[in-house]
Write a protein that binds this ligand. Structure first.
Ligand code: PMP
Length: 435
């Protein structure tokens, strides 16, 4: 423990002051059963700083109106705030505003992509879309570590088009099997979709290598950036992916809002998924023509106050600085993993060393069900997630049906990680399975 102790006592100069940031999050002031709330479930959904809550309430109380419509003053103000929000969120991921379409979240974004490719396959979208069409025998490749949101839409697309769904296996240590990846991805691969960070393993996947593999195969690359967006400096164009998705509620923002990023040529070629108002140029009773991206993918009334709330969230994160966020969470990550892996009977899922990670650990406690661990910790005010975390194939691969997951955020302190470790270290004795 020598080296880890040194890490715990000397924070780098870039580390943020988590204890001070806590005052920005109204929810953190409360007690659970007489204990202060220790919120370690940010990977499921993040807590919201007052700046986000105020931005949404401020819009609803002062500027609420339908955007892109109406000649009145409020409509103009609302439209300006809405498009400013797009620019802020796009800028947060290194993109231009026209490269960002609003979605309801990562699940909605991934379904949008899969349905758009299905529509291209059905001949919709004209000549430009034909490059995206799938034929029977074409392959779609995902990883064994997917959240169901980046698996089931592809299963459905394969079933609709006759394409074959394949996967890159995960090694015992949680890393993706690079040799297997090189043989699974081939000239038959048309789509390679993978998580930047698995919501169970917390390991940052080698995006550049995977994108290079996908590109060499002529495949469309899709990144699920749901878990990485709140925790890493993100430059999607620099990563080279064709498309990416993320969810607002996981990055200190509101529910019901997320982003679909795309390279301009790819978005241009994609036919719409949802159709209706606000995404058209001309409509007759027989047919319609569509606006260019991003509006082509934004049918219907948009989640305007949520977009403004999400912009406040990325401004808040930018105000802290994503490098500082990363430095702080790296300290937490080491402390959490060092602490948990030293407890007898605790097995971390995917415990590879020497890889970049988020402060997120899923683990199994020998002979104690994950739900019992969750309840035991809850009695101390510690909120963790238990279950399969929408990643059943990955849990099956590790021979279990459920795990306990602790995940940190900008406001998490080292003392909270210590409380988690202390709590978990007492679980087996409490349930009488430590002998
Ligand atoms: N992908 C990953 C890696 C996730 O962690 C999640 C949410 N747990 C999703 C996709 C789906 O996000 P949402 O439920 O916000 O649509």
């Amino acid at each position: 423990m020598g080296s880890s102790t040194a890490l715990h006592t000397s924070a780098p100069p870039t580390a943020l002051d988590a204890a001070a940031l806590r005052a920005d999050f109204p929810i953190l002031g409360q007690q659970v059963d007489g204990s202060p709330l220790i919120y370690l479930d940010s990977a499921a959904t993040s807590q919201k700083p007052r700046a986000v809550i105020d931005a949404e309430v401020g819009f609803l109380t002062r500027a609420n109106s339908a955007v892109h419509r109406g000649a009145h003053t409020l409509a103009g103000e609302a439209t300006e705030l809405f498009e400013d929000a797009r620019a802020a969120v796009a800028g947060f991921v290194g993109a231009a505003p026209e490269q960002l379409a609003w979605t309801a979240g990562a699940t909605a974004g991934l379904n949008l992509i899969a349905y758009s490719l299905g529509n291209a396959t059905a001949g919709r979208g004209g000549v430009a879309s034909q490059a995206l069409a799938l034929r029977p025998g074409d392959e779609i490749v995902v990883t064994e570590s997917e959240h169901h949101a980046n698996l089931i839409p592809w299963q459905e697309l394969a079933a609709r088009t006759g394409a074959v769904l394949r996967h890159i296996p995960v090694r015992d240590d949680g890393t993706l099997d690079a040799e297997a990846a090189a043989s699974v991805v081939s000239s038959r691969t048309r789509v390679l979709s993978f998580p930047h960070v698995s919501n169970v393993l917390g390991i940052v996947n080698p995006v550049a290598e995977l994108v290079a593999l996908g590109r060499a195969a002529g495949a469309l690359t899709v990144l699920d950036a749901c878990q990485s967006a709140p925790h890493l400096p993100l430059d999607l164009p620099a990563l080279g992916v064709d498309l990416a998705v993320f969810s607002g509620h996981k990055m200190l923002g509101p529910y019901g809002i997320g982003g679909l990023y795309g390279r301009a040529e790819v978005l241009d070629a994609m036919p719409p998924f949802l159709t209706g108002g606000s995404m058209i140029t001309t409509v007759t009773l027989d047919e319609a023509s569509y606006l260019p991206p991003p509006q082509r993918f934004e049918a219907g009334t948009q989640p305007v106050s949520q977009a403004i709330g999400l912009a406040a969230a990325v401004r808040y994160l930018d105000g802290i600085g994503m490098d500082a966020v990363r430095a702080h969470e790296t300290l937490l990550e080491r402390r959490m993993r060092d602490g948990l892996r030293a407890i007898p009977g605790v097995r971390l899922l995917g415990d590879a060393d020497g890889v970049a990670r988020l402060a997120l650990s899923a683990f199994d406690v020998d002979r104690v069900h994950a739900h019992d661990v969750g309840q035991f910790l809850d009695a101390r005010g510690i909120a963790v997630r238990v279950g399969h975390h929408c990643a059943q194939p990955l849990h099956r691969r590790f021979g279990i049906t459920a795990s306990v997951r602790a995940s940190a955020s900008v406001f998490t302190t080292e003392a909270e990680i210590d409380a988690l470790v202390e709590g978990v270290s007492e679980v087996r004795a409490f349930f009488g399975v430590d002998r």
